[in-house]
Structures are given as structure tokens and as C-alpha cells.
Design a protein around this ligand. Structure first.
Ligand code: ADP
Ligand code: MG
Ligand code: MG
Length: 877
């Protein structure tokens, strides 16, 4: 098994072994694109490195040296040679793209001797020293872990001293001076010498790249995108080409289409007389690619050709790195470009229209996160917007938050629930935790392909880049723009779609579905077999969900209807009633209220099934908290001078306290709730069932088609459902009389015993709806309300559990119960309908499980309906 492979020996299908960068360098080499020669050290070698306690495995370095020999031969150069030295880059490259998260070193192979050889050979001293100072800084940073700031500060001072503004103007002697200073930094910070032995450089660099797999930002990034920690990174060792050889040289990044909007136009940036990182690090704001057409027309033409060739080859939008060395073009990387949600959808649909991919492929490419973002709200346009500056529209969406100037503070604020907008000169990959924590990112430098922009787009965070009107004063923790000053903590809004920076907060409008999204959803509907319903408690939510394509309601919770301010007192009176008459009186008052709720929902769902769940939560949830009552009583006692009246109040509170104490339970989630309430206090469920059937009748009379499904929660024993079904049937008969109506009665399966005894329960059920929130809670024995904050995060961090089971259905455990219940239930009753109505109904992985378990539908919140439609299609494909 080879651990070191030349680019000619690999191909795009070898990502797992070669990493994405290496596999694509190989592919490009083999289709004849101008890729500088080089080779890849495999991810397998990286895993061995870790297994070997952080040392290169036996023999690996010899293999690397042998491979390097071949590159030397092909280039006619020598690594460490004193006439025409070979220089290489040592580049990380993981299996899943993690832009900028790991390390790369350029110009490796320079030392005090070879730098002179390079200067002589190229006749360009300035260039040779520029390469050397870059190498020392990168090497110090990657290998010795010395922060870039120490070097940047010196460079800054040097420019000031010489009265110059850009790196391009720095003369050779000044670089030489800087090189001496840089070496001194390494000496003082790391107590080491910059190695003059080029093979020592190479070995240290390879080890450092392997190590960079486990740097902080890479770990955070992996966690964010669920990239397995075991994957490891490959290392690409590639002969250098130079964009910093003068004005006929340059380097840039190119997207084959606009990654922000999806528009089919080359999109990119470049800098002349610059080297790799200069563009992506956002140190200088680069030029738009269109300008290359006038500056280097030939290069622009070949680049366009290569771009369309690569797009056709990979059948996807590409993100390409290129370098021009003295008028000659080289391609250094290609990958499927990160894109915004809007661009992703547009691209998928257009690639189908262009005949490049099939509808099925287009559907399969859509990422759930993308859809999630598309359904977010956007800025309501108008003249009232107080725009203080405009930068590059790097990642669309509206971000509102308080100005914060560093990633750590942003993270701290987010933990205390504050919304922030991260404002910085440029963001580096080290700031990733701040980008995650902030609502959006604003940078004063750097282009649309800077790290800040790439990472923000990938995460769907709004981002405005290169906003040069914004002047940041880090010391005073404020920025000025358009003559205005904003201090840390002031509110601003970013409009990532237009690049506007707006003072204060603004109104947002509901998301609109683009033509392309509607098209894609149509394709999804043609393909999928599972239905998609929604969880909705109000006519408004129901209507919204229907717009998003919901095919019915899978869960309508009736308790939310009880919580509104007018109704709560009536509900409380019902609960507090001492006798049946006064309880009935309160219920009589509630009945028409419930009936009108149901009418509204039936109307919104005309022609579609509506599953209504009877009251579920424990009654004490509708009563004030005991501590509050005790406090209230305390106050009443203190102000007891208005004798009789006060006494009365006090007594009322006292009665309430007694009742609340009475209803108090040690484990309310396992107490008197769900059908247990219905059995102990049947008048409540009777009222609800009556309200439902009266609403049905009223709607039928208005010509509305109603398909009601009544759902009994928390059943654990068949007898519970049998009783409750009788109660519902009686209510139906009482309301409907002889009029026939097709209604269903079913149950939620959310207690493990119900799943286990599904065969018996199905006798009384027309449908099963898996309430996976409770089912997960009870199967694991985790209290959902406590687990997340207490131990669950720890469990996931320490890999006790692969995922939070309340977010992603635990197929292995909870899933078995579901599969069993479906099988047993259908044995008893072949026509039994099955669905899921927990939070999981809107999660892709869980939806895939539901398909496999053979469920008839999933139900999720209205805004996740489009997402579920696509996921259901993907699950079927
Ligand atoms: P990242 O994964 O962070 O993009 P890369 O390994 O792609 O890191 O390298 C960083 C930069 O250095 C890129 O702009 C790349 O084009 C440039 N670069 C890498 N190798 C070479 C090389 N052999 N010659 C010239 N430039 C290079
Ligand atoms: Mg790169
Ligand atoms: Mg439940």
C-alpha cells in the first residue's frame, strides 16, 4: 500500500486516501491541465503518524525523499541546490473541504545559500528575498506556532521607516533586513534557529501539517460540519510557481459562477505580483477577475476555457486557485465551490436545464442547511434605512447585532444570549469560533474570496467584506464610517445581499421562494413516497405551512390554545373547581373557544387531514408557580391594613396554594398527563372531542372538506386507548347524530410500552403517530428539559453518543421501537397509517430513517416543510 503517490498516479475518486486537494490535483494533472508537478502523502500516513504517537511512521520520510527526487528530475532542479534550487509548497488537504482551517507552507527549500542561488538564477534579488521572508514567517507560524502578528508588526514598521505603503514597493535590501529580524523573532519566541537544512525543513513541515489536523480551528470546524476526527489530512508536496515575480505575474481565485447568487458568470479576484495567501487571507483587497481581461487578456482567455472545462468535468461549480508566473498560467487547486443557499438552488436547477446533471442528481445535491437559510427572513427595503457604509456583498442575509471586535468576546456574548456582529479588519481562520457565535461578519479589508467570506457563505452567515469606509480603532473599541462613530455594543445591521452596513435594527420581511426553489420542490414531490405534514396549532401557521407545501397537519397541540391570556383564567377556574358543576361551567365556557380554533384550522387545511391531539401537559402547567404564589401571599400579608378585602385576597391565594401543592408531582413528565388526564378527568377530553365535532359540522355546512384525526397522547396500555376511543366515539355520535363522517382515532406512540405492545394497541387505533420527543426521553431515560444543558453536550463532546438524540433520531435504539411498532401494528391492522410528529420530522437523517421504517408521512414545523419535501425525495432516491 503506497503512502506517497505522484499526482500522475491518482484521480478524483481517491479523496479518502489523497484528500480533496490531492485527488483533484491528480485529476487535473491527468486531464492535461498545467499543474506544477508534485505528490501526495496519504491520509493513511497521517493516521499512522497519530498512531505512532505523533512521529512520522517508519520509512515514510525516505519515501518522501524518493518522490522528491523524481520531481527534481522532471524540473531539472535540485532541492537545496546551489544553482537552480527546487522550491516546494507543503500543503494540507483533508478529505472534506475545510478551507483555510489547516496549514500550508510555501517556498520551502530556501536557506541563506539557496536564496542567493534563486536570486542569481532569476536575476531578481528582490523576488528571492520576498520568497524567503514569506517562508520564514509561514514556517515560524506553522512549525513553531509563533503568531503572525510579530512578523506583521515588523513589516509594518519597515514600511513606515521607508515611507512606503505596499509590499510591492519594498526593495531588496529592506527584505534582507527583515529576514534578519524574522530569524531573531524565531530565536526569541521559540528558542530555535530557522533550519538551514532543507530536508529538516521538509520533515518539520510535514509533521506540522499532520499536527494542524488537530489545531483548535480545525477541531471547531469539524464539529460544526460533523466531519469525523479520524479522517486525518493528506500532505501535498508540490513544486512552486511564483506569482510574485513582477507585474506579469500574479495569483488569484476563480469561481466558475457567482457563489453568492448563482449567476452564470466567472467570478473571482486576483492580485499581481503576489503569492497565494495574499488573496485568500484578505490582506490586500484584490481586483475583480473581469479586470484580468484588460491586464492579461491571454491569461483571461485560457482561464475561462479551463473554468468551463473543469465545471463540465466535475459537473459542478468549481472554486479554482491559479497563479501566473511571468505570463504562464498554472492551476493549483480546484474543488466544488462553497455557495450560498440561493446559489446552490439556482445552480442545481440550471445545471439540469443545461443538461449537465439529472433532476435526481440536482435533488440529491441540495443541502438541508441551504434550504434552512433560504427560508430565513430578509431586509425590508425602503428609504428609512440608515446606511452608513457599503462593502462587498459576500454572503446574503440580514444580520442584526451589537458590534463586537474580537471572536472571543463574540463567543462570550453569545453564551449570555446576546446577538453580535463581528467587526474586524480581516478575519483569519483563528476567528472561526467568533464567526459561529456572531449573527454576521463585517470586515474592512479582504475580498469576496477571503476566508471570512468563504466561511460565512458556507455557514449561511451574512457577511460584508472589504468595507473600506469602515475605520476600526481597536484600542478604543469603536469604528467610524460615514462620519459616524459606533462603539462596541452599539447595534448595527448587515445586509449581506447588497453589502450595506446599516445603523440600528431594521424590519424584516417573510422569505419568498424563488422560481428555482419551487421548481426543485416540484421535482421532489414527483419523486418522494412519504407525505409531508406540518405541526401547527393556529390557522396562521397552518396557512403558512400549506403555502410551503404541507399536505396536512400531523400534530395540532391543543394546550397552546389554552395558554392565551383570555383563556388562561377560564382554564384555571376549570382546574381549581371543587365540584363537577363548577368544572362543567368552566368547560362550557371553553368549548366554543376551542371550537372556533378548530374551525379556523380546518378551514386553512380544507381538503387535507388534520390530526388533533387532545390535552397533553400536566395541569399544573396552567397554574401559577408555587414560589410566585407564596411571594404574593407574603405581600398580601404585609399590606393587610385594608382589613376585610385583604383578608379575602389572602384566602384566595391560600386556596390556590393548596391546589397547586395538591397537583404538584415529583416527576410531572411521568405524572398525570396525556391520556391519564383524560381518564381521570374525562370531562376535559369530552369537551375537546365535542368541540372538534361541532367544528367539523360547522365546516361541512360551509362546504369545507374536513378530514379529522383525533389523537390520544401518552398511551402505554391498550385499555387506555380503548376507553378514550369510546369517549371520542360517543362525543361524535352526540354531535353528528345519524350524519356519517369519516374520522379517525389514533394514538401517539411515545411510551416504550406502547411500542412494544403495538399489536394490542393497534386494535383500537386507526393510526400511529410517533411522538419521538417523548419516546426518546423515555427510551433513554433522559429528561429532555434537563439533559441538554446538563450532560448531553458532554456526552456528545466525549463521544459517548454520536449525536444529540433529541435532534437526530437514534435509529439504533429508539428506531428499533419504531420499526417494531410499525410491523406489529400493521400485522393487526394492515391499513394502519403511520407517521412521525416529533422534532425529528424536520431533520434529514431522521427523515431518511422514517423512509426506511416505512412510515407514511413526516410532520414538522411550517418553515421546515420545504426541507422535509426535499429530504423525503432524497430518502427515496
Ligand atoms: P488552503 O487549503 O488554505 O487554500 P493551499 O494549500 O491551497 O491552502 O495553499 C495556500 C495558497 O498557496 C493558495 O493560494 C495556493 O494557491 C498557494 N500555493 C500552494 N502551493 C503552491 C505552489 N506550489 N506554487 C504557488 N502557489 C502555491
Ligand atoms: Mg487552497
Ligand atoms: Mg409527548
Amino acid at each position: 500500500n503506497k503512502r506517497v503517490l505522484h499526482f500522475q498516479e491518482g484521480h478524483a475518486g481517491m479523496k479518502k486516501l489523497l484528500g480533496g486537494k490531492g485527488a483533484n490535483l491528480a485529476e487535473m494533472t491527468n486531464i492535461g491541465l498545467p499543474v506544477p508537478p508534485g505528490f501526495t502523502v496519504s491520509t493513511e500516513a497521517c493516521r499512522e503518524y497519530y498512531a505512532n504517537g505523533g512521529r512520522l511512521p517508519e520509512g515514510l520520510f525516505d519515501e518522501i525523499r524518493a518522490a522528491l527526487k523524481q520531481v527534481e528530475q522532471r524540473k531539472g532542479q535540485q532541492f537545496g541546490g546551489s544553482s537552480d534550487p527546487l522550491l516546494v509548497s507543503v500543503r494540507s488537504g483533508s478529505v472534506s473541504s475545510m478551507p483555510g482551517m489547516m496549514d500550508t507552507i510555501l517556498n520551502l527549500g530556501l536557506n541563506d545559500v539557496t536564496v542567493q542561488a534563486l536570486a542569481q538564477h532569476t536575476g531578481n534579488e528582490r523576488f528571492a528575498y520576498d520568497c524567503y521572508r514569506r517562508l520564514i514567517q509561514m514556517f515560524a507560524n506553522v512549525v513553531f506556532d509563533i503568531e503572525g502578528i510579530y512578523f506583521e508588526r515588523l513589516l509594518h514598521q519597515l514600511k513606515e521607516k521607508n515611507g512606503i505603503h505596499t509590499d510591492k514597493e519594498v526593495p531588496a535590501e529592506a527584505w534582507l533586513e527583515l529576514i534578519t529580524q524574522y530569524k531573531a523573532v524565531i530565536r526569541s519566541k521559540a528558542n530555535k534557529e530557522f533550519p538551514q537544512d532543507v530536508y529538516a525543513q521538509l520533515q518539520l513541515a510535514v509533521e506540522a501539517v499532520f499536527r494542524s489536523w488537530n489545531n483548535q480551528r480545525a477541531i471547531i470546524y469539524r464539529k460544526l460540519y460533523s466531519i469525523p476526527d479520524e479522517q486525518g489530512t493528506a500532505v501535498n508536496i508540490q513544486s512552486m510557481v511564483f506569482g510574485n515575480m513582477g507585474e506579469e505575474s500574479g495569483t488569484g481565485v476563480l469561481f466558475t459562477r457567482n457563489p453568492s447568487t448563482g449567476e452564470n458568470l466567472l467570478y473571482g479576484e486576483y492580485l499581481t505580483n503576489a503569492q497565494g495567501e495574499d488573496v485568500v487571507a484578505g490582506v490586500r483587497t484584490p481586483l475583480p477577475i473581469a479586470k484580468l481581461n484588460s491586464e492579461m487578456p491571454k491569461i483571461h482567455t485560457s482561464l475561462s476555457l479551463i473554468a468551463s472545462r473543469l465545471e463540465g468535468h466535475y459537473k459542478d461549480m468549481q472554486d479554482i486557485e491559479f497563479t501566473v508566473e511571468k505570463g504562464e498560467l498554472f492551476i493549483l487547486q480546484t474543488r466544488n465551490g462553497k455557495r450560498t443557499a440561493q446559489a446552490a438552488v439556482k445552480l442545481a436547477v440550471e445545471l439540469v436545464r443545461e443538461g449537465i446533471i439529472s433532476k435526481e442528481e440536482a435533488l440529491q445535491r441540495i443541502e438541508m442547511e441551504h434550504l434552512d437559510q433560504l427560508l430565513h427572513r430578509a431586509i425590508e427595503d425602503g428609504e428609512h434605512l440608515d446606511v452608513v457604509a457599503t462593502g462587498l456583498p459576500a454572503s446574503p442575509g440580514a444580520a442584526m447585532g451589537q458590534v463586537v471586535f474580537d471572536a472571543d468576546t463574540a463567543e462570550e456574548w453569545s453564551r449570555s444570549g446576546k446577538h453580535s456582529v463581528l467587526v474586524s479588519m480581516e478575519t483569519t481562520p483563528e476567528d472561526i469560533h467568533g464567526v459561529i457565535a456572531a449573527e454576521g461578519v463585517l470586515t474592512s479589508r479582504g475580498g469576496m474570496t477571503s476566508h471570512a467570506a468563504v466561511v460565512a457563505r458556507g455557514m449561511g452567515k451574512p457577511c460584508v467584506c472589504g468595507c473600506e469606509e469602515v475605520h476600526i480603532d481597536l484600542e478604543a473599541r469603536r469604528f467610524t464610517a460615514g462620519g459616524r462613530t459606533f462603539n462596541e455594543g452599539d447595534w448595527i445591521t448587515l445586509d449581506g445581499a447588497t453589502g450595506r452596513v446599516i445603523s440600528g435594527v431594521v424590519a424584516l420581511k417573510e422569505p419568498e421562494m424563488s422560481g428555482e426553489l419551487l421548481e426543485l420542490l416540484k421535482w421532489a414531490d414527483e419523486v418522494r413516497s412519504m407525505k409531508v405534514r406540518t405541526n401547527a396549532d393556529t390557522p396562521e401557521d397552518a396557512a403558512k405551512a400549506r403555502e410551503f407545501g404541507a399536505e396536512g397537519i400531523g400534530l395540532c397541540r391543543t394546550e397552546h390554545m389554552f395558554m392565551s391570556p383570555h383563556r388562561l383564567p377560564v382554564v384555571q377556574a376549570m382546574i381549581l373547581a371543587d365540584n363537577t358543576e363548577s368544572r362543567q361551567a368552566a368547560l362550557d365556557q371553553l368549548l366554543p373557544m376551542q371550537q372556533s380554533d378548530f374551525e379556523g384550522i380546518f378551514e386553512a387545511m380544507d381538503g387535507l387531514p388534520v390530526t388533533i391531539r387532545l390535552l397533553d401537559p400536566p395541569l399544573h402547567e396552567f397554574l401559577p408557580k408555587l414560589e410566585e404564589l407564596l411571594l404574593q401571599q407574603e405581600r398580601q400579608r404585609a399590606g393587610s391594613h385594608a382589613a376585610a378585602e385583604a383578608e379575602d385576597e389572602w384566602k384566595k391565594t391560600e386556596a390556590l396554594i393548596r391546589k397547586v401543592r395538591n397537583l404538584q408531582e415529583m416527576n410531572p413528565m411521568l405524572g398525570t398527563r396525556g391520556c391519564r388526564l383524560g381518564i381521570v378527568f374525562p370531562e376535559i377530553y369530552e369537551m375537546q372531542a365535542t368541540a372538534i365535532f361541532r367544528a367539523v359540522l360547522a365546516c361541512l355546512n360551509k362546504g369545507i372538506t374536513v378530514i379529522p384525526e383525533i389523537m390520544i397522547p401518552l398511551v402505554g396500555h391498550a385499555n387506555e386507548l380503548q376507553r378514550m376511543r369510546e369517549l371520542v366515539d360517543q362525543a361524535a355520535k352526540a354531535v353528528l347524530g345519524t350524519r356519517s363522517l369519516d374520522y379517525k382515532v389514533g394514538t401517539m406512540i411515545e411510551v416504550p410500552r406502547a411500542a412494544l405492545t403495538a399489536a394490542a394497541i393497534a386494535k383500537h387505533a386507526d393510526f400511529f403517530s410517533f411522538g419521538t420527543n417523548d419516546l426518546t426521553q423515555m427510551t433513554f431515560g433522559y429528561s429532555r428539559d434537563d439533559a441538554e444543558g446538563k450532560f448531553l453536550a458532554h456526552y456528545v463532546d466525549h463521544k459517548i453518543l454520536p449525536k444529540n438524540p433529541f435532534q437526530v433520531l437514534d435509529a439504533e435504539g429508539v428506531g428499533q421501537l419504531i420499526e417494531w411498532a410499525v410491523k406489529e401494528g400493521r400485522n393487526t391492522k394492515p391499513a394502519l397509517k403511520t407517521g412521525i410528529c416529533g422534532e425529528h420530522g424536520g431533520d434529514k437523517e431522521s427523515i431518511f430513517f422514517c423512509q426506511q421504517a416505512g412510515l407514511d408521512y413526516v410532520s414538522c414545523s411550517p418553515f421546515r416543510v420545504p426541507l422535509a419535501r426535499i429530504a423525503a425525495a432524497q430518502a427515496w432516491l
